[in-house]
Design a protein around this ligand. Structure first.
Ligand SMILES: O=C(O)CC1=CCC(=O)O1
Length: 96
């Protein structure tokens, strides 16, 4: 199942710099491992905002929930999930 996920990040300004750097490093590693496995198909920065739009390919809602709640930045994010399905006019075979 494909989902579009928008993540808006709100890091507290008083978070110690070392702690923030550790969270961001773990977030990057977590994201890149899921991109490697094909679960996190796309990630795009939204221009001018500390936010991204991503596409996830997961088995079901429960897997998506587990992936998103496992994000090291989860507690600093507002997340909006939009379920997707193949458009009948799509010419891309991997849109399912
Ligand atoms: O910077 C962001 O948009 C948050 C984020 C998600 C995965 C990642 O590496 O950073």
């Amino acid at each position: 199942m494909l989902f579009q996920v928008r993540m808006d990040v709100h890091m507290p300004h008083d978070l110690p710099q070392e702690e923030a750097a550790d969270i961001l490093a773990r977030e990057k590693a977590y994201s890149q491992a899921l991109q490697d496995s094909g679960t996190w198909r796309h990630i795009w920065r939204i221009a001018g905002q500390y936010a991204n739009v991503s596409i996830f390919d997961v088995k079901d809602n429960a897997e998506l929930h587990a992936v998103l709640t496992g994000l090291p930045l989860f507690k600093f994010m507002t997340i909006k999930v939009t379920p997707l399905l193949r458009h009948p006019s799509s010419i891309r075979e991997d849109d399912t």
